[in-house]
Unconditional design. Structure first.
Length: 148
């Protein structure tokens, strides 16, 4: 893969100034090639996860470690049709100064009794550009789930 393609994907999923293993981004580029939507979530300074949607299949690839030397990469695929239900919460944030309300969605996918995916698109949960990407991805998952 070209450095430009890898850097472009890293910026799209995690934004600038986020250290990410090259092997992880290379794997993501290959796995998400046919994806209709994708989003990245930075959990800690060295822990991140990317999700993608390919038809009615949700992909997930996580990486702990910021370099190839310490990277631990794991993934899974889940058919949306196998999920009995998904939970959508709406958070409202009202600004008393501007008198404007902002809403955000939180999508929770119950993959098993002890495993869930939570995508948080609520105000202040991430920088604005990451919120837009998360909200767009939540919309894509909801649309795909309704067709599954």
């Amino acid at each position: 893969m070209t450095d430009d393609a890898l850097n472009s994907l890293r910026l799209e999923l995690f934004g600038p100034n986020v250290p990410v293993s090259r092997a992880y981004i290379d794997a993501l580029l290959q796995l998400t090639e046919s994806a209709s939507a994708r989003v990245g979530v930075t959990k800690t300074a060295t822990d991140r996860v990317a999700y993608w949607l390919d038809g009615s299949v949700l992909g997930e690839l996580s990486c702990t470690g910021a370099s190839d030397e310490d990277a631990e990469i794991k993934g899974r695929l889940t058919r949306l049709a196998e999920l009995p239900s998904i939970k959508v919460d709406i958070a409202v944030e009202y600004d008393n100064f501007t008198r404007v309300s902002r809403i955000g969605r939180v999508l929770t996918l119950e993959l098993s009794e002890d495993r869930q995916v939570v995508l948080d698109g609520t105000p202040r949960s991430a920088p604005t550009e990451r919120l837009e990407a998360t909200d767009k991805f939540i919309g894509a998952v909801l649309a795909a789930y309704s067709k599954a």
